[in-house]
Design a protein around this ligand. Sequence first.
Ligand code: OGA
Ligand code: NI
Length: 359
Amino acid sequence: MVLVFEPAFVQAPEHRPKPIVSEASKIPVIDLAPIYLLDGRLESPLPPELEDVVAQVEAACREWGFFQVINHGVPPGVVERAWAAARGFFALPPEERRRVRRDEANPLGYFEAENTKNVRDWKEVFDMVVYEPAFIPSMSADGEDADEPIQLRNRWPQSPPGFREALEEYAKATEVLAFKLLELIALTLNLPAKRLNGFFKNQTTFMRLNYYPPCPSPDLALGVGRHKDASALTILTQDDVGGLDVKRQSDGEWVRVKPIPDSFIINVGDIVQVWSNDKYESAEHRVSVNTTKERFSIPFFFNPAHYVMVKPLDELLDENNVAKYEEFNWGEFFMARSNSNFKKSDVENIQIYHFKKSN
Ligand code: OGA
Ligand code: NI
């Protein structure tokens, strides 16, 4: 066993999971079949079937910041091979997993000691970037960014066989879906479908394998503490165990996302919140664990290039809707957030509300 329960995992009483998590009001499920039936051409005027999909995405982003998609176009065999890779990797002996452990110089690979908001998560992960090398700003010891971006490369384990190929294939197929969703979101904002695509040239997208072992104290600890994803969008597949809880925007209740076979869970990240000038919110979520079942999930964090300056989109602004955020550099924001997950610190990690204007 890699994880041994200790005080570092204990959540403050107000953040511990309650025994009953509401499933009453369901996260929306959206059928994406129309976008593929119509060759995926998202040009106006849109046919009525597509107008309907856009309307559903708009409502889901506005009311929940979360939704599930079916008929999403990622082939089932691709998803199955990614699952086999994830299960195979976490079934390796702990010393094998540690051979690709992340360190200060390279944050990619295996890790079992991540914190969310300074409390340890009951999980093990494997991280990889989708495009190599990924360029990110380098930080000097005093936290100032240095001139040259650093290049990150993936760490691939020797086994299980086919691990790298399976995950690269999955990443490629999921990226196609990510662009489709990005285009749908642009349409929901009354923008041309491809308005946001350019930000993803030289993207810093990364993918994670999450493994949540059974936990002796699921009432005290969380698999991932409450957080918002820094990404533009996150595309996640989970197994049938369940444990992802979303904070419902209408009343702040935690709602469990019901596993649906062959679906993906989509959530709006911080970047879309800023681009949309708070029309859409990056919803808070967390992972509950249990005493008996291990759980796996694979999030794909769709992130722009490191040099992208994130700010509310000009076309959405006027005298009645003034920019609510100062612009910030994506790469620096991303690095500051990842560093805080790596090391415990006394200060809160960086959040988009730190860039909120006081108008
Ligand atoms: C994450 C996350 C949810 C899950 O890794 O950011 O929210 O269900 N994971 O594992
Ligand atoms: Ni998350």
